[in-house]
Ligand binder design. Sequence first.
Ligand code: ATP
Ligand code: MG
Length: 425
Amino acid sequence: MSKKANTFQTPIGTKDLLPGESARWNEATRQLGRIAERFGFSLIDTPIFEDVGVFSRIGEGTDVVGKEMYEFLDRGDRAMALRPEGTAAICRAFVQHRPLTPWKVYYTGPYFRYEAPQAGRFRQFHQYGVEAIGSDDPDIDVEVIALAWSVLQGAGLRETQLLLNSMGDPETKSRYQESLGEFLLNRLEEIDPADREKAKTHPLRALDSKREATQAVVSEAPLITEYLSTDAERHFDRVASGLKALNIPFALEPKLVRGLDYYTHTTFEFQSLALENAQNTVCGGGRYNGLVEQLGGPATPGIGFALGIERLLLACDAEGSFPSPPTTTEVWVIDVTDGSSARDLTNSLREAGVAADRSFDQRSMRSQMRSADRSGAAIALIVGEQELNESVVTLRKLRDDEAGQISIPRSDVVNEVRLILGLES
Ligand code: ATP
Ligand code: MG
């Protein structure tokens, strides 16, 4: 009996990025990089795994650390984690390298959270984000939010909403936490049973519960805006007036506390109105003035955001924006002799900066022509016995309506192609 080999699938909550969609992905990440650089941010890349302690600062009581983190012991018995988010790791890098401030960096790459997979929610997903570390100036909050706005506009999204809030300074936060905790405790019976523990231990977390009963109670809870210190208020006002000056529409949302413990002052979220509630947050961020210190560095303010690339593209799908870019192949070389001309011509074209491709395995003319059409190339170059004998190439424009073709000397073909494609010589 023959034994069938096992086949394997991608792990739950992960997916393969395949040619087709990958072209769009590539274009998106390139565009995101260009925008960050336009705002004066430089690329940073940190390891995909870190000492688990780097991420504990996000808050043991948060879902990200408490329930979702991929933790493991390496072969040397060190406690490691696959990074669930970028900010803590970048603050770790800031403390390690002590760069000049303000340190403005952006990143993009895979992140890992053990979540229940659904549309727009994966166990390996990709974030693009920025961090500006070392300045407390509210204008840098505005700059960071403007960058995110620019990204969403650049992707063609029109149905997004910017929600803005302030968590104030740590004193504001703890005073508010106390009275919110008291309020929730008095109404514990009315809160959804699944949220009661959270309401007792981490009252702020209860604010972003999506459960109806909890939301009903929360809608009557005291607002953090009433607890802001004068300094916190001044910071917040400058951020709000900055956004107005830059014509970036926003709505105040005093219940926006975000899922991580380290936020102070400005917090914000961009939501897509075209997506379902459960995955409508495309981008979220805020200030984290205590985080660098918690990671062993000097007291240093910082602000940033992270944007889910899958979510961004999902929102684009929902709005019909940011289509796949056109194909990159410019020329298809068809060789119905022994393939040597295809080998040599593709090479000359590529050396001259032209994206060229060909068929292999001595296919028929018909089959090679089909491949040329499918490739999306603008030009087909054809070499048969006759062309070979006369040292010419037949050039056919594939996208022009009148399907004419011309014969050109083989020695001129690269220049001729470059001319047609509009590449300067
Ligand atoms: P959510 O409320 O949707 O769970 P979050 O508050 O946990 O989001 P952040 O930690 O702020 O998210 O991460 C920033 C962005 O990363 C989110 O706004 C979202 O676009 C994206 N994101 C977060 N978790 C996932 C995931 N599991 N799969 C895909 N994208 C994600
Ligand atoms: Mg989450």
